[in-house]
Design a protein around this ligand. Structure first.
Ligand code: SAH
Length: 249
């Protein structure tokens, strides 16, 4: 009898939706986040021959262990927020896989004096990861509803060094250029020339390049002090496409 009720009790507790079993008191999320960080470490090891990295910057990993990713995904996705994979954020768009966010952030070699441009705000998560590591983040989103939601989310979470804008990021953000680093989180068919122009000499840019919905290559671009451009393929990746506005802005 006792055994039977124990089984029923166990079955009941496992059948509760994840969101109801979480007290959302932060600690449970911390454990999940720590697990996510361990998975990122494992992916870094698996890809080290391609990326030429045995480890990522400790500051970057610390940020990954602190930013509350569950607050950047739709409520129904919260139970999956700390899985090391991309998740849908609506409008056909995704929040990137945590390992890729960590790798791209590391490739930028963020410095606390840096002014950074991000193309593809999405949920605002990547901008939040960067915000703790650099001086200011400017981020552009083309989907009006996503850009507005991310702007509100970042403000309500207290990020005061992120400036959001709705628009076509292909053109960059001339008023605040040049940038120390640029991160593009949607796949472009080729590297947008305005972004190269808006990169500081000595600056770095990471961008997935390749056909829409195919595997793309994550490219690291370095502009040296003589404005010479050097590019390096880092890893095959899969991003949603960089779309273009019909009207230029
Ligand atoms: N960095 C995001 C994930 C981005 S997904 C995050 O951390 O959540 C890619 C985003 O790029 C999508 O939200 C998509 O709408 C946006 N995007 C696509 N083309 C764009 C363009 N030309 N300019 C600005 N944003 C664009």
């Amino acid at each position: 009898m006792l055994k039977k009720s124990l089984i029923i009790l166990l079955a009941l507790s496992f059948s509760l939706p994840v969101s109801e079993t979480w007290s959302a008191d932060g600690d449970e999320f911390r454990t999940l986040r720590n697990n996510m960080v361990r998975e990122i470490f494992a992916d870094v090891q698996l890809t080290r021959l391609k990326t030429r990295k045995n480890t990522l910057d400790r500051k970057v990993m610390k940020a990954m262990g602190e930013i509350p990713r569950h607050l950047f995904v739709p409520k129904k996705q919260r139970g999956y927020a700390y899985e090391n994979r991309p998740l849908s954020i609506g409008y056909g768009q995704t929040i990137s896989q945590p390992y890729i966010v960590a790798l791209m952030t590391d490739l930028l070699q963020p410095d606390e004096q840096d002014i950074v441009l991000e193309i593809g705000t999405g949920s605002g998560y990547q901008a939040a990861v960067l915000a703790g590591l650099v001086k200011r983040v400017y981020t552009i989103e083309i989907v009006d509803a996503l850009g507005k939601a991310a702007g509100n989310r970042l403000t309500s979470l207290g990020y005061d060094n992120i400036t959001t804008r709705i628009g076509d990021g292909y053109y960059g953000w001339k008023e605040h250029a040049p940038f120390d680093t640029i991160i593009v989180t949607a796949a472009a068919g080729s590297i947008p020339p305005p972004l190269i122009r808006q990169l500081k000499p000595g600056g770095r840019m990471v961008i997935p390049v390749g056909g829409a919905f195919l595997t793309q290559q994550l490219i690291l671009i370095e502009k040296d002090l003589d404005e010479k451009i050097k590019t390096r393929q880092i890893l095959p990746v899969r991003f949603v496409p960089l779309t273009r506005s019909r009207t230029t802005d």
